[in-house]
Ligand binder design. Structure first.
Ligand SMILES: [Zn+2]
Length: 275
């Protein structure tokens, strides 16, 4: 049996048989890998801890007929601080869920994405920046790597530069912001044609209204040079937190639209935010 070594982050798992697990791992060398962790559900087994989600391991894998098998795993990083904070943990699991979904499309960028994901987990675990802000940064980074960066500066229909007063809505199908004039034109066309897909109109259901504050969060988060520490969880005003949440939901909606599915990891966080 051929063997190979890899360094990987666990991004998902499910049970196999009585005592094994199949672990999905994002590796720096080969991107997404699925491998069997034998005995991972036996209490006290060494591999059990290594197979936990979000752990980073140095691995030795054997290639099997259909699935590879983990023959050795050496723990490198476990992010203990993530495990004691439900909101931060939910974000970290969201990163893992996104990685499972978009991992196959990142094949050319394995090493870059591996570093990006590990750094994002470290930040979520170690920094006291707002977890939603860090989540927003992660979403932009992922969209950049996938080549799906949304347009935030110009209206995606008329190409006029956007200003506070001209903001209309974020349009998921088209991946950017539509100005007020174009949004109204689209709505009129829609009302006249009664058709959700009229050529010059657009599907209102996939457009989300955007306010200047929400817009600013998106622009700041899209700029890698801004650290974002101004949004510390303790000091931010409620209105800022609300608009940050709105900004993140816009981007999450866009990502889910691209993915064609709902990401479940943040449902719990959304319940808190709605309180
Ligand atoms: Zn426009």
């Amino acid at each position: 049996m051929a063997t190979y070594s890899a360094t990987g982050i666990n991004v998902g798992s499910f049970n196999l048989g009585e005592s094994d697990k199949i672990v999905t791992i994002f590796t720096a060398e080969r991107g997404l890998v699925r491998a069997v962790a034998k005995g991972a559900r036996k209490p006290g087994s060494k591999i059990a801890g290594r197979a936990e989600p979000l752990n980073v391991n140095k691995l030795l894998l054997s290639t099997g007929r259909s699935l590879d098998i983990i023959s050795q795993a050496e723990g490198i990083e476990t992010f203990p601080k993530l495990r004691s904070d439900l909101v931060r943990l939910s974000y970290a699991l969201y990163y893992a869920e996104l990685t499972q979904h978009f991992g196959p499309g990142l094949a050319e960028e394995n090493e870059v994405y591996f570093d990006f994901l590990r750094d994002a987990l470290r930040r979520q675990a170690e920094q006291d920046a707002d977890p939603a802000w860090l989540g927003l940064r992660f979403e932009f980074g992922l969209l950049d790597l996938l080549g799906y960066r949304p347009e935030l500066t110009y209206c995606i229909i008329c190409r006029k530069p956007l200003m506070d007063a001209s903001l209309g809505a974020f349009h998921q199908d088209w991946g950017g912001i539509v100005c007020k004039v174009c949004m109204n034109n689209g709505q009129n066309d829609l009302a006249q044609s009664g058709d959700n897909h009229s050529p010059s109109g657009f599907t209102i259901r996939t457009a989300r209204e955007i306010t200047p504050l929400v817009w600013r969060h998106l622009i700041l988060a899209a700029d890698e040079k801004i650290p974002g520490n101004h949004l510390s969880g303790k000091t931010a005003k409620p209105s800022i937190k609300q608009s940050l949440t709105a900004a993140r939901r816009i981007l999450q909606g866009y990502i889910e639209h691209r993915a064609g599915k709902h990401m479940k990891s943040l449902d719990l966080v959304a319940d808190f935010e709605d309180l």
